[in-house]
Design a protein around this ligand. Structure first.
Ligand code: SF4
Length: 331
């Protein structure tokens, strides 16, 4: 061992099984592990928070929003099945972790990648690209497949015992499940999918539509995409229609000066947010949309409240059929 301090590693943590196993494999040989998760409006970090707590490791939560918005504009290695620039995204995360390694004195950065597990992002070529683009040199350790890869610096100089790392490969998850149950006594873990909205085709369509209209530099509109149904009204206004009480509360809370919020008064119904206010005749269309999506039960009229920078106003409207708005639904 070249240095006289405890060996410390920083591991990328999605919270899924592989990222948990990577930490356990390294902890098992006495290495002090900490974890990092990258947050953005598109990623859910709950599994990482729970995983870190379960494993007893400190978790660093790093805002990745500016990085992912930049990568979405022109990913060097393209997109996966939806709007997920996985190779570039992963390389950037590792690069950011590499900067933390230097700044905080970690001996290496590790990940839960398994050679050959994912056709696009975890084949031998992709792992090589990620290593090169992340500029981590020999300080990127993949403990679950390490014995099948070139030795890293900490393995070569003895800070990490290579013989105690693993040689997992391929798409089967059986070996990981076996390890989790028999060696580490884990009884549950989140499913591999579900943490990133960019992999969902419906969300990707909404994001592309937004890129065409508002662009991706408008962080407020980007955050709005995670809430409600989105309509592009004839005048060009985006109308975000709450789907449930949680959406409605979020939209009400998100309203800024210049935005307009509409909600029903005499029947249950959605809150609708018009970011930057209505263009052209879109206020009338948005009012009709709110009435149509209310639980009006064929009442003659729905009462609607309009909140804007001016005094609140009330309007009464005959609810039109929902089908009349389908052409404007972003889906
Ligand atoms: S799934 Fe999402 S968070 Fe993960 S690498 Fe791909 S784009 Fe990034």
């Amino acid at each position: 061992m070249p240095e006289n301090h405890p060996v410390r590693g920083l591991s990328l943590m999605s919270g899924g099984l592989d990222s948990r196993l990577a930490i356990l494999v390294l902890k098992e040989q006495g290495i002090e592990m900490e974890a990092v998760v990258f947050s953005s409006p598109f990623f859910k970090i709950k599994a990482a928070v729970e995983g870190a707590k379960l494993l007893g490791v400190k978790l660093h939560i790093v805002d990745f929003t500016a990085d992912i918005l930049e990568l979405l504009k022109k990913p060097r290695h393209g997109f996966g099945g939806a709007m997920n620039p996985c190779i570039d995204c992963h390389a950037r995360m590792i690069k950011r972790a590499g900067e933390m390694r230097v700044a905080m004195g970690f001996d290496f950065v590790s990940t839960g990648e398994v050679l050959g597990q994912r056709p696009m992002s975890q084949n031998a070529t992709s792992l090589g690209i990620v290593e090169r683009d992340s500029a981590l040199g020999g300080y990127l350790l993949r403990p679950l497949s390490a014995q099948l890869l070139e030795p890293t610096v900490p393995e070569t100089d003895g800070r990490v015992d290579r013989s105690r790392l693993l040689a997992l490969t391929g798409r089967s998850r059986k070996p990981q499940i076996e390890l989790a149950k028999t060696r580490y006594h884990l009884d549950s873990w989140p499913s591999p999918a579900g943490g990133c909205m960019l992999t969902e085709s419906g969300f990707a369509r909404k994001l592309r539509e937004e890129a065409e209209h508002e662009g991706l530099d408008d962080l407020f509109c980007v955050k709005l995409l995670t809430r409600g149904r989105h309509f592009r009204l004839p005048g060009g206004t985006r109308a975000v229609v709450g789907r449930d009480a949680s959406d409605n509360a979020a939209l009400e809370e998100m309203r800024r000066p210049g935005d307009v919020l509409i909600h029903t008064e005499n029947v249950p119904g959605p809150s609708i947010l018009l970011p930057y206010g209505p263009k052209g005749d879109d206020l009338e269309t948005a009012l009709a949309l709110c009435a149509a999506y209310s639980d009006h039960d064929h009442m003659a009229e729905v009462s609607l409240r309009v909140l804007s920078d001016e005094a609140p106003a009330t309007r009464r409207l005959v609810p039109p059929p929902r089908e009349s708005f389908q052409d404007w639904l972003v889906r």
